[in-house]
Design a protein around this ligand. Sequence first.
Ligand SMILES: [Zn+2]
Length: 255
Amino acid sequence: MAATIVEMTLTEDLMSLYRVDSQLRGLRTRVENASDLVALRKRKFEKLTAEHVEIATRFRQLQAQLANLEGESTDYKIRIEKLRSELNASTNDKQYRAILTEMKSLEALRDEIETTELGEMEKIETTQVETTSMAESVANQSRMCDAARAEHAECAAAVAERVEELERERAMAAGRVPEKILSVFEEVAEINDGEALASVIELSKKDRDYTCGACHVTLPYHLVVNLHSSGTDLQQCPNCNRILHLETEEAEAEV
Ligand SMILES: [Zn+2]
């Protein structure tokens, strides 16, 4: 009889530890999720910023290239104009033809440069549109980062008090559980996302058919017998390692 009372108390203690532990985990997860969102948005912001720098650099390079081309074509124009005066001043046919040939070849080169200029101008226009749109994306992402940071700060502030309270409660609840059992609880909670406990489900008393309430594996009957008889020994599910407990009226009422 005494064993039963101890066993129930231990189950109850584990249950209250479990309840406060999952509340704490829930709150911490909320803050962690908010913090993950900040990191995620920051990474995207950095990626967009790098892309913007790249395209803005390309835009400036294209502008410089165009300025060079414009300079070159002006040079050609000046040389062509000079040749034209020479042509007008030419005194013989041979000289005239020679100047004319040179002029034609310079004009062909000038035309080539002007065609290249037009191509470059098109590229500049496209790049300018891309640069502007990328700058907008960066600004937008920066606002998203600010929003996520504000949300994270808000969330952390909102739960801070409750977390402190729960930490105290958890310490008290943990203090009621024997050290050895507590370390099993911590270990099992860690591998099962906080779900350290599982109830035994009775499918058929007659067939001695019992399963783990969490992972639904069939439990060896001796585990169930041990749970009924032993007061302080923990019984763990052989599959998921969760600490098993019997469904008691008290436990059910509390859950
Ligand atoms: Zn299990």
